[in-house]
Design a protein around this ligand. Structure first.
Ligand code: OAD
Length: 261
């Protein structure tokens, strides 16, 4: 007799049930997201072959203080084009699911993103912190005064001059070799350690110190749920790995949680 096969078996069923059970039991949640959660909104990731920024461009040239000093016009143009992409993009089902998850935990919810887009906020997430800064924020490289982007700045061949000191305006993002915003990583570290569960979505888990956060949660004995189409270094310590795209897996996770109400 041939071995029976059951087409109705979904490989995500069991991990989704385990992840939903973790979220149901937890009264606080720490979430870490990366570029993958915005991929389905049409915002390129960094490390994916062919489509990732770093597959096509050199990070030292485009995302470091030295690169900016060497070729400010090139760096400015790249950030203005990324800003345009993000402004045209819409939150996807993954962002929307994370926003729907937040009220379950109220003030005991924290979402830390490595993304410089505002798609979490536009999806309705409220407690969002940007570990790597934001494409919507600009400041003077020299005197640090904030700068509101003017329409003419967007098409300029070089960064605008600071009206206060004449220095160069730069994007308010964290570049390679720079520190994260003061106190923000410490806050993330504390919440990763003390929140009762950790959910990680769409990050390759290779850029420190952000990549340390799921490991900090795991060492503190917190269950870690990971959503990613590919395994990452985080998968080794994940309590549950949910293979798949954020826009598909996260809505299913929410559905599971809703069903159990
Ligand atoms: P990466 O580009 O390194 O990794 C993106 C991850 O998302 C990969 O693990 C993909 O498998 C996964 N992915 C792709 N599509 C997905 C989808 N639809 N749903 C869920 N996951 C998906 O991006 P980050 O980990 O965010 O830093 O990169 C971290 C930092 O490196 C960035 O913040 C940036 C970059 O250099 C700075 O610019 C300082």
């Amino acid at each position: 007799m041939p071995e029976s096969t059951d087409d109705s078996l979904d490989p995500l069923d069991l991990p989704l049930a385990r992840a939903a059970a973790i979220l149901r039991e937890a009264t606080s949640l720490f979430v870490l997201t990366g570029a993958g959660v915005s991929a389905e909104s049409g915002v390129p990731t960094f490390r994916e072959a062919q489509t990732g920024h770093w597959a096509r461009f050199d990070p030292e040239t485009l995302a470091s203080p030295r690169g900016f000093a060497r070729n400010p016009g090139l760096v400015w143009g790249w950030y203005m084009s990324r800003l345009e992409t993000v402004e045209r993009a819409l939150p996807n089902a993954g962002h929307l699911s994370l926003a729907r998850l937040e009220p379950r935990f109220g003030q005991r919810f924290a979402l830390f993103t490595q993304n410089v887009d505002d798609l979490h906020e536009r999806a309705g997430s409220r407690r969002v912190s940007h570990l790597h800064g934001s494409l919507a924020a600009y400041r003077c490289r020299d005197c640090e005064a904030p700068h509101i982007l003017r329409p003419e700045d967007r098409s300029a061949a070089s960064p605008p001059a600071c009206p206060l000191c004449g220095g160069r305006i730069r994007p308010g993002v964290v570049w390679f070799g720079e520190m994260l915003p003061t106190g923000l990583f410490e806050e993330a570290e504390r919440l990763a350690r003390t929140s009762e569960a950790c959910l990680v979505a769409g990050t390759s888990g290779v850029v420190r110190p952000a990549a340390d956060l799921p490991f900090i949660a795991e060492r503190a004995g917190r269950p870690v749920i990971e959503v990613n189409p590919q395994p990452t270094p985080i998968t080794d310590v994940a309590t549950v790995f949910l293979p798949g795209q954020g826009g598909e897996v996260l809505p299913r996770l929410l559905q599971r949680l809703d069903e159990a109400r």
